[in-house]
Design a protein around this ligand. Structure first.
Ligand code: CTP
Ligand code: CA
Length: 229
């Protein structure tokens, strides 16, 4: 099996990978977060580096060693992630949104720690929508021929949800993970279906995240316009 890592087929390409999970602060000590470890995004970054790419890794709240050679941009919130991804995407050949981006953030940020008061019920937490970074990048296509990849964790009718999401987001490729019962989050293996806007469907059985990452880059590489001489 000849892996792309031996081919260096991403030489001369700039790829942007987002990884981890955003945290949306309520007050100086609390946040709304999610269970994304960042492992899949880091595997994507390491694999792209091995295949010769220049890699910008936008890392949201990860506790993993920096992939050697990646340009790592650390972010906390969805708004910060958006800034970093849009900036890096300006000259990118591909953008892969592996990060779990919070759909909502608290409407208010308390600058002082929220305190409990005896006999007083806590106030409900009002939320507002965060921008959809993947949809924005897909609509922008800052660079001609830019390939945009999204991730989706779904339960139940995974493929139907994936097809609908791919169309809604406007990306070229959607990596659909089946979640629930300890699948995907924080695990070292993943099973996924890579669905393409062109109708393609590639099934990856329970595999290490590096194998899935290489399969994703295979799909990306196949969609990149020919490199300029
Ligand atoms: N995403 C994003 N910005 C957001 C939310 C999600 O860029 N505000 C990206 C994720 O990085 C991922 C893809 O969109 O690549 C799909 O995320 P997902 O949460 O599955 O999609 P949603 O449209 O938020 O749908 P759902 O209501 O199922 O959460
Ligand atoms: Ca979401």
């Amino acid at each position: 099996l000849v892996r792309g890592g031996l081919e260096r087929d991403l030489t001369g390409r700039h790829v942007v990978v987002s990884a981890g999970g955003t945290r949306e602060p309520l007050d100086p000590v609390r946040f709304l977060g999610n269970r994304s470890s960042g492992k899949q995004g880091y595997a994507l970054a390491a694999t792209a580096l091995a295949r010769g790419a220049r890699v910008t890794l936008v890392a949201a709240n990860t506790a993993l060693p920096d992939p050697a050679g990646a340009d790592v941009v650390r972010v906390g919130t969805a708004m910060q992630l958006r800034e970093a991804v849009l900036r890096a995407a300006e000259d990118a050949d591909a953008v892969v949104m592996a990060a779990a981006v919070a759909d909502f953030r608290p409407a208010e940020y308390a600058t002082g720690k929220i305190k409990k008061v005896d006999g007083v019920e806590p106030a409900p937490i009002a939320l507002v929508r965060n921008p959809d970074v993947l949809a924005e990048v897909s609509a922008d296509r800052a660079r001609g021929g830019q390939v945009v990849v999204g991730f989706a964790a779904e339960t139940d009718d995974v493929l139907a949800h994936g097809r609908a999401k791919l169309a809604r987001k406007g990306c070229d490729l959607l990596v659909v993970n089946e979640v629930g019962d300890g699948k995907a989050f924080g695990q070292d293996t993943n099973s996924a279906v890579l669905i393409g806007a062109d109708g393609s469907e590639v099934h990856i059985a329970d595999s290490p995240k590096e194998i899935l990452a290489d399969a994703i880059w295979d799909q990306v590489a196949a969609r990149l316009p020919r490199a300029e001489p």
